[in-house]
Design a protein around this ligand. Structure first.
Ligand code: F6R
Length: 609
């Protein structure tokens, strides 16, 4: 949700900010802007729309300056417009701020500031920040920011510059991420590490309630209460090539094709075929604590919630403990019953999703055992949770999650086997057999991806449809949900995901020749039941496409089209069935000319409620 960027150093500030904004654009893209300090003036440029509009504007009327801040917006308060675009300024244009998050008490702050003589020009919550800083400003920007943030409630990452206290950018964080890139005599500020990678891989993550003062010759850190903090520089492993499209038309397509490697990377060093053992030593939760858990509660949002549903089948089948899967946005407000024998597992690609973080904090308050499954090391989620298991998917730029979904399922499979071993509920032979099957997944995915063209041709046949039904049972039910989510979010085509058995309880009324059905139908324990769903749809003139095993001779007789996938153990079919669903959604969206990597109204990290 929104991206903030800042630069102070010897390079051309405008180019660095623009480059950074392009790499942050997946966080929000309804308007953009930057502010540059030049001598004792601050020059602002803001536009409605994407970064390319800002780039065009800067080309037609260039600006130059010594240092500055930039922003790409995902609107929360106030519609997308030039006026509401960041950076926002105080009454005299001497203090300028970019902000990611929400100021919850902005109405009362605005009222108070208006009574003190401040005038407001926008509909945003952010505009109170520069005015609040102005109110406290007595020549020292850092001190004014420190006073201001102590009055602000809600979630914010803020970067501020002042024409009256020059040569510094002041950054403050309470909630949404802020990272400082450490270069040679130059410093960068960003909402995530992606924009920094082409310049430096040495970074410092600001923690909650910390302020950084970034100058050309160094950075200093303090808490909101004014105590100095010494911080470690971290070296990030991701490299700049990871965030290039690498010849693919879209990041999403590239990321779909990266999945075999992502799964290999996530499994690497964590399983042994010889001994049948799973190694999750880095998890940070003692074996004894895992041994005593009698239940797991998985909490997540969106696609991560769907991987959690797959995880439920993995853990219940292999480790034999009950698993509940909960939406974080619901769980955080529930009077949930604390279970000391449960492990609370939080799944998030970004590690910054506001609802997931709030649910984690609510669970932590009750002193319960927590584990984060996350793709972002040093994220808020990994920091707050007792245990951590990282998914090694690398940066995911496409707004629709694809490779991180596969990586999450990989970690969940590992965790299920690990727990089964510790609890002594799985024989060595069985463990070896499961590991063998998991190790075959990447190659099987390569086979599916080599036949992507067939999915593309199939997708082209469905371009004129406005509604789809996705059905799956048992482990394929979460894949039906995920397939439908992928289609609707990137192509804006309506799609419903349903457990096959529920069809007769309502959705069947929708079926006619205008509503095609996608059936996830691997040959597993519920295959015959899925086939019954197929007949029910066909009897009502619906078109059925099935995702089915290569060896399945039966299905083709009953459906209109088949997407073939290699055979696999029934429990692990989601690894294979998910990918054709991603491809199908991608090709429909691309053929309809949709903005695949940056679908309307969405943002990659949902750091607001
Ligand atoms: C869908 C998608 C979202 C995210 C959700 C949670 O393709 O990407 O539904 O899965 O916003 O995000 P994380 O995993 O970062 O918590």
């Amino acid at each position: 949700m929104c991206g903030i960027i800042g630069y102070i150093g010897n390079k051309d500030t405008v180019s660095v900010l623009l480059d950074g904004l392009k790499k942050l654009e997946y966080r929000g893209y309804d308007s953009a802007g930057m502010a540059i300090v030049r001598g004792d003036r601050i020059i602002r440029k803001r536009v409605k729309g994407k970064i390319t509009f800002l780039e065009k504007e800067l080309k037609s009327s260039p600006i130059k300056g010594d240092y500055g801040v930039g922003h790409t917006r995902w609107a929360t308060h106030g519609r997308p417009s030039e006026e509401n675009a960041h950076p926002h300024q105080d009454c005299h244009g001497d203090i300028v701020v970019v902000h990611n998050g929400i100021i919850e008490n902005y109405v009362s702050l605005k009222e108070k500031l208006a009574n003190q003589g401040h005038t407001f020009k926008t509909e945003t919550d952010t505009e109170v920040i520069p005015h609040l800083i102005e109110q406290h400003f007595k020549g020292n920007l850092e001190e004014a920011v420190r006073q201001a943030v102590r009055e602000m409630e809600g979630a914010f990452a803020v970067a501020a510059v002042s024409a009256k206290d020059r040569g510094k950018i002041v950054v403050a964080r309470q909630g949404p991420p802020a990272v400082i890139g450490i270069g040679r005599d130059e410093y960068f500020i960003s909402s995530d590490i992606n924009p920094l990678l082409s310049y430096t891989r040495d970074v410092v993550f600001l923690q909650d309630r910390e302020i950084a003062v970034v100058r050309p010759d160094g950075v200093t850190f303090k808490t909101f209460s004014g105590r100095s903090v010494k911080k470690e520089i971290e070296h990030v492993a991701w490299n700049p090539v990871m965030i290039e499209k690498g010849g693919y038309k879209h990041f999403m397509l590239k990321e779909i094709f990266e999945q075999p490697q992502v799964i290999r990377d996530t499994f690497k060093g964590r399983m042994s075929l010889d001994t049948g053992s799973i190694y999750l030593d880095e998890m940070g939760i003692a074996e004894n604590d895992i041994k005593r858990i009698s239940r797991a509660v998985i909490i997540a949002c969106g696609t991560s919630f769907h991987s959690g549903l797959v995880g439920k089948y993995f853990i219940e089948t292999l480790a034999r403990i009950p698993v509940d899967v909960e939406y974080a946005s619901e769980y955080r407000y529930r009077d949930f019953i604390p279970d000391e024998k449960a492990l609370y597992i939080f799944i998030s690609q970004s590690g910054e999703t506001a609802d997931t973080l709030a649910a984690l904090k609510a669970v932590k308050k009750k002193d319960l055992l927590t584990l984060a499954l996350c793709n972002a090391d040093s994220s808020s989620l990994t920091r707050e949770s007792k245990g951590v298991l990282l998914t090694h998917a690398g940066p995911e730029i496409g707004v629709a999650a694809t490779k991180t979904f596969s990586a999450q399922m990989s970690v969940l499979a590992l965790f299920a086997l690990y727990t089964a071993q510790i609890k002594g509920v799985l024989s060595r032979e069985k463990s070896i057999a499961y590991i063998k099957e998991l190790q075959r997944v990447p190659h099987k995915l390569e086979i599916i991806l080599n036949a992507a063209e067939a999915v593309e041709l199939l997708a082209l046949d469905f371009l004129s449809y406005s509604h789809f039904l996705y059905l799956g049972r048992w482990v394929s039910y979460p894949i039906a949900l995920e397939g439908a989510l992928k289609l609707k979010e990137i192509s804006y085509v309506h799609a419903e995901g349903y457990p096959g058995g529920e069809m007769k309880h309502g959705p069947i009324a929708l079926i006619d020749e205008k509503m095609p059905t996608m059936v996830i139908a691997p040959k597993d324990r519920v295959f015959d039941k899925v086939l019954s769903n197929v007949f029910e749809v066909k009897a009502r003139l619906g078109t059925v496409t099935a995702v089915a095993f290569r060896s399945d001779k039966e299905i083709a007789k009953s459906v209109d089209k088949v997407i073939r996938i290699p055979d696999i153990h029934e429990l692990f079919s989601p690894f294979l069935t998910a990918v054709p669903m991603q491809l199908f959604a991608y090709y429909i969206a691309a053929a309809r000319g949709a903005d695949v990597d940056q679908p309307r109204n969405l943002a990659k990290s949902v750091t607001v409620e």
